[in-house]
Design a protein around this ligand. Structure first.
Ligand code: ZN
Length: 204
C-alpha cells in the first residue's frame, strides 16, 4: 500500500508538521483515500497519525514507510466460493504482511480455477503449468495470461521453499494484480456474460 509523504524534511522536525497532513493514502479503518495528521510525539521510527476522514489513529513507521495497521487491499467481488476462499485468505496474508503466505495461496488459487473449469482435480499429478496450459488449450485464457500465471507460480514456489529468493511485499502486490486480471478474464467474465444473457431473457 503506497503512501505519499507530504514533506521529507519531517525526519528532522516532526513538531513542525503539527496540524498539517503528514502523509496521504488509504486509511486502514475507513478505507477512504485520506490525509493523515500528526497526533502525538514521535517515538523511535514511528509517529502517531490521525485520519482526516474518520479520526482514527494509525502508527506510521517512517523508516519502513509503513502504516499500521495495514489497510486491507480492495478485492474482487462475486468470485465462486471455492476460489474466493484462497483469494480472501491471500488478502488477509497481505494485510498481515506475510508475503510467503500470500504467494503460496495465489498459487493454490490457480489450481482451484483449474478445478472450476474441469481441467484439474484435487491432488492432481499434473504440474501447475500443465493445468495452466490446459486452461489455455481449452480457450479459457490467452498466452498473455499464461505468462502472467507463470510468474504467480514462480513466486508461489519461492513462498513454499527455502531458497535464495524470498518473496517481498512489492512482488506480492504485483502478483495480486496479475491474479486479479486472471480472475476478471475467466470466472468474472463468465458471470457477467451470464448476467447479460439473463437481462435479455427478462426483456423478451
Ligand atoms: Zn479513516
Amino acid at each position: 500500500m503506497e503512501y505519499k509523504i507530504a514533506n521529507q524534511s519531517f525526519y528532522n522536525d516532526p513538531s513542525h508538521y503539527q496540524g498539517c497532513n503528514m502523509i496521504s493514502g488509504i486509511c486502514p479503518f475507513c478505507g477512504q483515500s485520506s490525509g493523515f495528521k500528526i497526533n502525538g510525539q514521535k517515538s523511535g521510527d514511528t509517529v502517531p497519525l490521525k485520519c482526516d476522514n474518520c479520526d482514527k489513529n494509525v502508527v506510521w513507521d517512517f523508516y519502513k514507510d509503513l502504516v499500521l495497521p495495514v489497510a486491507r487491499l480492495s478485492s474482487l467481488k462475486n468470485i465462486p466460493v471455492d476460489i474466493d476462499n484462497y483469494y480472501q485468505e491471500a488478502i488477509d496474508c497481505i494485510a498481515a504482511l506475510s508475503p510467503n503466505g500470500a504467494a503460496t495461496l495465489f498459487r493454490k488459487l490457480i489450481h482451484q480455477v483449474g478445478i472450476h473449469y474441469n481441467v484439474a482435480k484435487i491432488n492432481d499429478n499434473t504440474s501447475l503449468m500443465g493445468i495452466v496450459e490446459k486452461l489455455e488449450s481449452e480457450g479459457h485464457i490467452n498466452k498473455k495470461l499464461v505468462e502472467a500465471l507463470r510468474r504467480v507460480k514462480d513466486l508461489g514456489n519461492d513462498g513454499a521453499h527455502v531458497n535464495e529468493n524470498e518473496p517481498d511485499m512489492d512482488q506480492i502486490y504485483l502478483v495480486k494484480s496479475l491474479i486479479d486480471s486472471f480472475l476478471q478474464a475467466t470466472v468474472l467474465q463468465d458471470s457477467n456474460i451470464e448476467k447479460y444473457d439473463k437481462s435479455k431473457e427478462i426483456k423478451k
